[in-house]
Design a binder for this molecule. Structure first.
Ligand code: C2E
Ligand code: CA
Ligand code: CA
Ligand code: CA
Length: 274
């Protein structure tokens, strides 16, 4: 049966309105989740490329909403950024991670920082306070940034990065290769780590350009004294090529999906059990 369609412009307008209403609903639900503290944080293992040994974990926020079900961060983080909720969410995740690792001083954790948070001049003090309150050392934590902010606000980004480094955090450049920026800034900014985006690793087996790109990033990282992570490694073949290219660290479903804190503790005992 054919659906009765509205005239094009009207239909389009209605679609936009529906989306706005939907977004508002999600934002309100997220606001509630932050008040009720029902957001969760999961941890994905990052292992040494050669030995497979656990080196660190990446903290990833999880939202299992009563109304919306398991709602992915790629969908709600942009809404949190638009609505300003990202500041509260970012501090919530940071505190949650500190609470979780306070009893695990050997565990290194990386945390994603939104570019919107980086523009907040009170951010570094807020982090320092949480570190104090939880007794966690900044050396345990790495901050992951994407390159967007480095292009749009290079001065703010650099100044804030230096502040973060001064308290003891290390810095990683996330999703490398997806932005449109020149690589010149890499030399000027204090990154400790480069994370090659999953889109390259996905193609690494079949696309010689993706493999060449990976090799180039590794060389660049070497030259700049940064370690290089391959993100999203799912197969043995991808692992093999990433190793050959000289990636130092591997993150991906091949080793583990993001895990709850309890599951991470088990995984550390013996990854083969999960
Ligand atoms: P990201 O920072 O690039 O995080 C890696 C994403 O790739 C995670 O998705 C992870 O689950 C997924 N992943 C890891 N290995 C594999 C693999 O082998 N295969 C596939 N298909 N996926 C893999 P997730 O948790 O859904 O997060 C999506 C994005 O949401 C993150 O991308 C990050 O940009 C953002 N995000 C997540 N948590 C936070 C947070 O606490 N704060 C902020 N600001 N952003 C966050
Ligand atoms: Ca990340
Ligand atoms: Ca990434
Ligand atoms: Ca990503």
């Amino acid at each position: 049966a054919k659906k009765r369609r509205l005239p094009k412009p009207l239909q389009y307008k209605t679609e936009i309105e529906t989306n706005i209403v939907k977004s508002r609903k999600v934002i309100e639900a997220l606001r509630g989740a932050l008040i009720e503290e029902t957001l969760d944080v999961h941890y994905q293992p990052i292992v040494a490329a050669k030995s497979g040994e656990l080196k660190s974990v990446e903290a990833l926020v999880r939202w299992n909403s009563e109304e919306l079900g398991l709602y992915p961060p790629a969908s709600f983080i942009p809404l949190a950024e638009e609505s300003g909720l990202i500041h509260k969410l970012g501090l919530y995740v940071f505190r949650r991670v500190c609470d979780d690792i306070a009893q695990m001083p050997d565990l290194k954790v990386s945390i994603n920082l939104s570019p919107v948070q980086l523009r907040d001049s009170t951010l570094v003090d807020a982090f320092a306070t949480i570190l104090d309150e939880t007794g966690v050392s900044a050396e345990q934590i790495e901050i992951e940034l994407t390159e967007g902010i480095l292009v749009t606000h290079p001065d703010i980004a650099k100044a804030r990065m230096l502040e973060l480094k001064r308290i003891g955090f290390s810095m990683a450049l996330d999703d490398f290769g997806t932005g449109f920026s020149s690589i010149g800034y890499l030399r000027l900014l204090p990154f400790d780590k480069l994370k090659i985006d999953r889109s390259y690793i996905m193609d690494i087996e079949f696309d010689s350009e993706a493999a060449a790109f990976t090799q180039t990033i590794v060389n660049l990282g070497r030259a700049l004294n940064m370690s290089v992570v391959a993100e999203g490694v799912e197969t043995q073949e991808q692992l093999k090529i990433a190793r050959l290219a000289g990636c130092d660290l591997i993150q991906g479903y091949l080793f583990s999906k993001p895990l709850s804190l309890a599951c991470l503790k088990q995984w550390k005992q013996g990854p083969q059990d999960t």
